[in-house]
Design a protein around this ligand. Structure first.
Ligand code: ZN
Length: 141
């Protein structure tokens, strides 16, 4: 087994009520100049917007939840695509019955309350490039 130690720093944020979750994570990452990182969020949203990647059609299929939901778990990473900060996150949302739905986090998920722990990785570059096989922008490692 082989591993690499990467130095980093953890930043903690309370994300603002009423803001878009994906945009708020991007702002947080840019605020601490994180060009590479991983993050975890728990909290609640006023409404949710997720998607599922249809692998044969190479298209994201969206699903909307126009209701308050818990953020059971949201994890993701920070990287760069064509020089721009890119936030890639997946989220599990729970409704009032405890039922969970999950997928790729999309724009349009509105924060009720959200606690973000962001681990900024130092000394590594995480960039993405388009991959023909999957139709996705994957890490160029
Ligand atoms: Zn995804």
């Amino acid at each position: 087994m082989f591993g690499v130690a990467v130095p980093g720093k953890v930043y903690v944020f309370r994300l603002p009520y009423g803001e878009d979750l994906l945009a708020a994570v991007k702002t947080a990452a840019e605020t601490v100049k994180a060009e590479a990182g991983v993050f975890w969020i728990i909290g609640a949203v006023q409404k949710g917007e997720i998607s599922f990647y249809n692998q044969s059609e190479k298209k994201y299929v969206r699903k909307s939840f126009d209701q308050p939901m818990e953020i059971l778990s949201c994890i993701g990473n920070v990287s760069k695509l064509k020089g721009e900060t890119l936030i890639h996150a997946h989220i599990a949302l729970g409704d009032e019955t405890g039922k969970a739905y999950g997928g790729h986090l999309e724009k349009g998920t509105i924060i009720f309350a959200a606690e973000l722990f962001l681990l900024k990785l130092e000394g590594i570059q995480l960039t993405r490039e388009y991959d023909d096989t999957t139709g996705l922008n994957l890490f160029s490692l």
